[in-house]
Design a protein around this ligand. Structure first.
Ligand code: IMP
Ligand code: MG
Length: 175
């Protein structure tokens, strides 16, 4: 494994906290009077989920999915494998996929189609980060924290080869 160091902070913990509060308020307004199932995509979105769920005021349940795409460490291949499926049925439930970052969009496109086939009452996507420049397929989040440039970031749940997930800020990884 090549040695990489954190180059600079892109989004600090205060900016993240403020944005997560905004997203939570917006989601709470949009789902007023409903119950919501948050579907967290492991592992990167775990930190975001933990903060976001506490910023949402409508009743929520949580469930987890783990997917992996074959290919190099920093590139998605488009071939998606379900490593861990949901515990519960989503039939007739209002569902919100919680993602850390949308890059090529391949993972999310697959996930969205897979979940829609299970007939939820509704299905939306919230992502903390979006790299729109990198998109290979036509998919857009319903809620987005920050659009960021095409740089590899770590921290706040995001990893490089399983490292750096525990950094409180979102940082750009250098050589
Ligand atoms: P996509 O299928 O190309 O959209 O890939 C999405 C997944 O790739 C994310 O859920 C992350 O796990 C990973 N990923 C993409 N960009 C980054 C990054 O800058 N840092 C860390 N993980 C990333
Ligand atoms: Mg991920």
């Amino acid at each position: 494994m090549s040695h990489k160091t954190v180059k600079r902070v892109l989004l600090d913990r205060d900016a993240i906290r403020e944005k997560v509060a905004e997203l939570g308020a917006q989601i709470s307004r949009d789902y007023a009077g409903e119950k919501l199932l948050l579907i967290c995509v492991l592992k990167g979105a775990v930190v975001f989920l933990a903060d976001l769920m506490r910023a949402i005021t409508v009743p929520v349940e949580i469930d987890f999915m783990a997917v992996s795409s074959y290919g190099a460490a920093t590139e998605s291949s488009g071939i998606v494998r379900i490593l861990k499926d949901l515990d519960c049925s989503i039939d007739n439930k209002h569902c919100l996929i919680v993602e850390d970052i949308i890059d090529s969009g391949l993972t999310l496109k697959y996930l969205k189609e897979n979940l829609l086939a299970r007939k939820p009452a509704s299905l939306r996507i919230v992502t903390l980060l979006d790299k729109p420049e990198r998109r290979q397929v036509d998919i857009a989040p319903d809620y987005c924290g920050f659009q960021i440039p095409d740089e590899f970031v770590v921290g706040y749940g995001l990893d490089f080869s399983e490292q750096y997930r525990s950094l409180p800020d979102i940082c750009v990884l250098g050589e």
